[in-house]
Design a protein around this ligand. Structure first.
Ligand code: NI
Ligand code: MN
Length: 225
């Protein structure tokens, strides 16, 4: 699996010959203006919840690429009414897609669309593909469910929010890493807005002091899992 960071909570994942885009919010992210999102390839678009800073670029990308949406039932239904195809899931459910096994899991957050439409319950994803297991937390607080996930899955990489204020911060994410049973963390959902600006060195030191690694990718950069 190759994971590319597009800024904020936006990711690209290439695996099993498929291209997944997660929570596309690029066009209005001032830190990601060098990303050519209008030519981004996508077979699937995974959405953790309905907030504006996670779904802003869904419609243009899906309309251009024909990508299939994967999210909770309410979000998939919302976009179905706008002519986009999708695969609805809900908490605890998993499905074998042609790129791998995906489970939609619990997140502690909220999930309303910008226009006030109910966006179901927020979530995250567990992705098992090509022998690797990835956890994408979505926007979430620390939760005891992470201990349960840590017993169910042998994660190779965790993608955790670290910006605080709207989600857990990096200090709490160290505990999440402990509970999820994986020391390798890609941080996301930080620096985009004033509320979530962090000190990178302090964040990485907090992980290092517990024998863990916090990866902070430059926007547009990739890592292999
Ligand atoms: Ni959110
Ligand atoms: Mn968010």
């Amino acid at each position: 699996m190759t994971i590319t960071y597009y800024g904020h909570a936006s990711l690209g994942i290439e695996t099993a010959g498929k291209r997944l885009v997660v929570d596309p919010f690029i066009s209005k992210n001032e830190l990601a203006q060098h990303i050519d999102w209008q030519n981004l390839a996508a077979d699937y678009i995974l959405l953790t919840h309905a907030h504006w800073d996670h779904v802003l670029d869904v419609e243009p990308i899906a309309a251009r690429t024909g990508a299939q949406l994967i999210s909770n039932a309410e979000i998939v239904d919302y976009y179905a009414k706008r002519g986009l195809k999708g695969h609805p899931m809900n908490h605890g459910g998993q499905w074998n897609f042609d790129f791998g096994l995906l489970q939609y899991v619990h997140a502690i957050h909220s999930s309303g669309f910008a226009d006030g439409t109910y966006g179901g319950n927020p979530g995250g994803f567990v992705l098992q593909s090509r022998g690797k297991i990835l956890y994408i937390a979505g926007d979430t607080a620390l939760s005891y469910d992470m201990k349960m996930l840590g017993t169910q899955w042998d994660f190779d990489l965790l993608v955790l929010p670290i910006g605080d204020n709207f989600t857990m911060g990096y200090a709490t994410a160290v505990t999440a890493s402990e509970w999820l049973g994986c020391p390798r963390v890609l941080g996301y959902h930080y620096d985009t807005f004033g509320y979530i600006e962090i000190d990178h060195q302090k964040a990485q030191a907090a992980f290092a002091s517990k024998g863990k690694a916090l990866i902070l990718l430059p926007i547009g950069s990739s890592l292999a899992v």
